[in-house]
Design a protein around this ligand. Sequence first.
Ligand SMILES: [Zn+2]
Length: 207
Amino acid sequence: MAEFPIGIKNLIATFERLPGIGPKSATRLVFYLLNTPENYVAEMARLLVALKKDIKICKNCFSVSEKDLCPICEDEKRDKMTICVVERAIDVMAIENVGGYKGIYHVLGGVINPLDHVSPDDLKIYQLIERIKKIKQENKEKNLEIILATNPTMEGEATALYIKKRIVEIDDQIKISRIGSGLPMGADLEYADQATLSRALDGRRNL
Ligand SMILES: [Zn+2]
């Protein structure tokens, strides 16, 4: 069997590491790029390098940002007493696109998953608890709500319950809710349509 040149083989292997891309798709993408105008590929390469160089992680909520603080954390009009906890920055975008949510976020960076060797310490859970402590200290009279919006998967549910336990340990008066109704079990927030996501947020239940 004929072999591809090394440059093509290496690029196929790189594409295969992307989520949802198997060997066939990776090969198709690489050959597509091979036949595409050079300036398109050059622009893509430039953006890929810039992605790692210019995009920062917000030091408050761990979402993506161009500055130390993301635009949502910087926005004075956002309700700092409502924190929506999500798995990934892409979930922040999904909820923002629905519109209507006025609170702020906390991006965990994944879910607890023993099979993938992801423990609570690998996520931004400690940082969430510290954030909650600080907000409570500065706003003793105000009510704080934590919306646990991890995906409705087994790992997402387990992570939500773990975080709830940790929050109750520091203060059992904090309102903790879980997004629900409408999101099918095993669903991914990022792929939910806007109406479903909006219902899931509005229909959140106490946890
Ligand atoms: Zn932020």
